[in-house]
Design a protein around this ligand. Structure first.
Ligand code: URA
Length: 239
């Protein structure tokens, strides 16, 4: 890869900003100042800006705590999107949400620019589970629990795969739901089959990775390499 392209991608700057860094002699390759943007880098080269080595990241993987009222899209004419919340932290990346939460729902949204990874995580056959805390408007019943475990058939005839639901509060109004599918409005429609409404829905966990509880609504952080690997492992085809 050319040095100016590498700089723009790793230092998250534009090509012209990269050019300025080069002209000012702030960039070194293997310790020697290099001012030529068209220098071809080898895998073993170490590039540094102001003495700080850069690590090339092929893709970006983020964990966001989505607030209510924000839409799970890259752009929207009316509403703030999950990608808007990332601001200009990754100006040269085309981030998108890998999986959606409703506008009224909150919690863990994964954002990436790695289409292959998103596909693996979302493919229905890969069965990557998602865990939600849900507030319902009528207490959880044994009928609901059994119905979820057997697989709910939605009003339009869609037969869903088995899901888990368990009470988190004594009154049965706060429940945990674990899904291995992602059908539009799935949890709301599942409870709707039992004439129960959903008052709040928060995604806590995707596969083996839990939403970092240090993130307040609207905050995000990069996934660690361990978290990305754990998600990849969870999405491996099962025999
Ligand atoms: N199920 C829903 O109904 N809404 C969500 O946002 C996620 C799952």
């Amino acid at each position: 890869m050319r040095l100016d392209k590498y700089l723009a991608e790793t230092a998250q700057c534009t090509r012209s900003e990269a050019k300025t860094l080069l002209q000012k002699g702030r960039v070194t390759v293997n310790g020697a100042v290099c001012k030529k943007g068209d220098t071809q880098l080898k895998d073993s080269d170490t590039v540094a800006v102001d003495g700080q080595p850069l690590a090339y990241q092929q893709f970006v993987y983020l964990m966001l705590n989505k607030p209510e009222g924000v839409v799970s899209a890259s752009t929207d004419k009316r509403d703030t999107t999950v990608v808007d919340l990332i601001g200009d932290a990754y100006p040269r990346r085309e981030l998108f949400p890998a999986g959606r939460l409703d506008k009224t729902s909150t919690g863990f949204v994964l954002l990436t620019d790695d289409g292959g990874f998103a596909h693996e995580i979302l493919a229905p056959k890969r069965h990557v589970s998602k865990t939600y805390t849900v507030v319902i408007d009528t207490p959880l019943t044994e009928e609901m629990r059994k119905g979820f475990a057997e697989g709910v058939t939605l009003a339009d005839g869609t037969a869903l795969s088995p899901a888990e639901v368990s009470a988190l509060s004594e009154d049965g109004l706060v429940v945990r739901v674990v899904l291995k599918q992602g059908v539009y409005h799935q949890i709301k429609r599942m409870f709707g089959v039992f004439d129960a409404g959903v008052n709040a829905l928060h995604r806590e966990v995707i596969g083996p990775v839990a939403l970092d509880d240090a993130l307040v609504p609207g905050q995000w952080r990069e996934l660690t390499a361990e978290e990305v690997n754990a998600l990849r492992a969870a999405a491996k085809p099962k025999n």
